[in-house]
Design a protein around this ligand. Structure first.
Ligand SMILES: Nc1nc2c(c(=O)[nH]1)N[C@H]1C(S)=C(S)[C@@H](COP(=O)(O)O)O[C@H]1N2
Ligand SMILES: [Mo]
Length: 403
């Protein structure tokens, strides 16, 4: 599947989008199922700039692809994904983070000032990507938010290490998981509260943070103000927003969001991180992101001039091993050339890349990109189908017109 339909609004639409103006509804409907075309409207949530609306209640908004042409995603354009529709405005003065559970020695509470001042601050750049990013491209289609390419973003996060916060409470022998809850809740009691859990080893990783700043500013309300989990390398389901409670547990967290949702068939994906206390016979919780890439400055239908220099630009990312190489093909994957990698902002960040080419003559270019990480994992040509539409890292294929 490709982004063939993207340029229905023409090159002018692309320029308008870059300037932050509204686009005609169909401009971004690329490659998505017909039923979702009408909802692909750019709309601004309070305090954000326009994003592609997928649903309003709960708010699910994705970032237009051309925003990824810069390596850091601006806060105002960072995607928004919530499962529950009651999302309170949290006042910094009232916010408390409760640390407890049957596997801590001394439960306690933190204010926002204590979170910011009592622990060594850590900064890192990391990709936050929804497990279901690109679900709308699944063939056959699967239920869930019909995301295109933009249910992700890359930001510089600042916060306290979760392990430092837990150390103050004292962790008992036999601790198995760290679960956490946010301030949001379901409008009807039908939807189970969104509670997620991590295995001890990931919770105690030096890079797992309770973040209170994003790109040098407080988190936007829609992205979890005043504090959220940052779980570098792992999909965004674990990046709980508006966190208010953390529990260290001696038993597995068994709620719906752990035992039924966010699970993948075992053995289908080349993943390394395991979440043993949550593994079942057939399926297992999603863990780290698969290696992936995105072309950020061109869309199917873009017209370029024969004999003129063309720069293909994009980003690549993975589950935290780091990007080793990105290759570009101009002939639909028959031959591949190495792209040049740009600045390394850390192994959890988008890695920008570019490839320079002067198309010699008129015709079509079947442009593809393929990232490989330092584990040697690469993107797939065919979708690894799974019922929830997770982990889509099929290589993109764009048809470029050389005129
Ligand atoms: N409290 C809370 N945190 C949450 C969620 C949620 O529904 N409630 N959704 C998770 C999922 S599935 C995703 S993809 C990310 C999205 O983060 P963002 O909205 O900052 O882009 O938030 C995660 N954290
Ligand atoms: Mo998600």
């Amino acid at each position: 599947m490709d982004r063939r339909n993207f340029l229905q609004a023409g090159a002018g639409g692309f320029a308008l989008a870059a300037s932050g103006l509204f686009l005609p509804p169909r401009a971004y409907a690329a490659g998505l199922p017909a039923g979702t075309l009408d909802s692909a409207v750019l709309e601004a949530l309070a305090g954000k700039q326009p994003l592609i609306k997928r649903s309003y209640r709960p708010p699910n908004f994705e970032t237009p692809v051309e925003l990824f042409d810069s390596t850091i995603t601006p806060n105002e354009r960072f995607f928004v994904r919530w499962h529950l529709s009651t999302i309170p405005q949290v006042a910094a003065a009232d916010w408390r983070l409760k640390i407890g559970g049957d596997s801590v020695e001394r439960p306690y509470e933190l204010t926002l000032a204590q979170l910011q001042n009592d622990f060594e601050p850590v900064e890192l750049v990391a990709v936050c990507q929804c497990s279901g990013n690109r679900r709308g491209l699944s063939d056959p289609h699967v239920p869930g938010v019909q995301w295109g390419y933009g249910a992700m973003g890359n930001a510089r996060w600042r916060g306290a290490r979760l392990k430092d916060i837990l150390a103050r409470a004292g962790i008992k022998a036999g601790a198995l998981e760290v679960s956490y809850d946010g301030a949001d809740s379901g409008a009807l009691d039908k939807t189970p509260d969104f509670v997620k859990s991590l295995p001890m080893w990931k919770a105690l990783d030096d890079n797992t943070l309770i973040a209170y700043a994003m790109n040098g500013e407080p988190l936007p309300h829609w992205n979890g103000y005043p504090a959220r989990l940052v779980v570098p390398g792992w999909t965004a389901t674990y990046w709980l927003k508006q966190v208010i409670a953390i529990n260290v547990r001696s038993s597995p967290e068994k709620n719906f969001w752990m035992s039924a949702a966010y699970r993948i068939p075992k053995g289908k994906f080349p993943l390394i991180d395991r979440f043993l206390s949550q593994e079942g016979d057939a399926n297992t919780p999603i863990t780290e992101m698969v290696v992936n890439s995105l072309i950020t400055n061109l869309k199917s239908g873009t017209k370029v001039r024969a004999g003129h220099a063309l720069s293909v630009r994009g980003v690549a990312w993975d589950g935290g091993y780091g990007i080793r190489s990105v290759d570009v093909s101009l002939d639909g994957g028959n031959s591949w050339m190495a792209a040049e990698l740009e600045a390394d902002l850390g192994r959890y960040s988008f890695r920008a890349w570019h490839y320079a080419h002067t198309p010699p003559r008129r015709g079509k270019l079947a442009l593809m990109a393929r990232a490989t990480n330092r584990q040697g994992s690469t993107q797939t040509r065919e979708l690894i189908f799974n019922p929830a539409g997770y982990h889509n890292n099929v290589m993109e294929r764009l048809e470029i017109d050389v005129v």
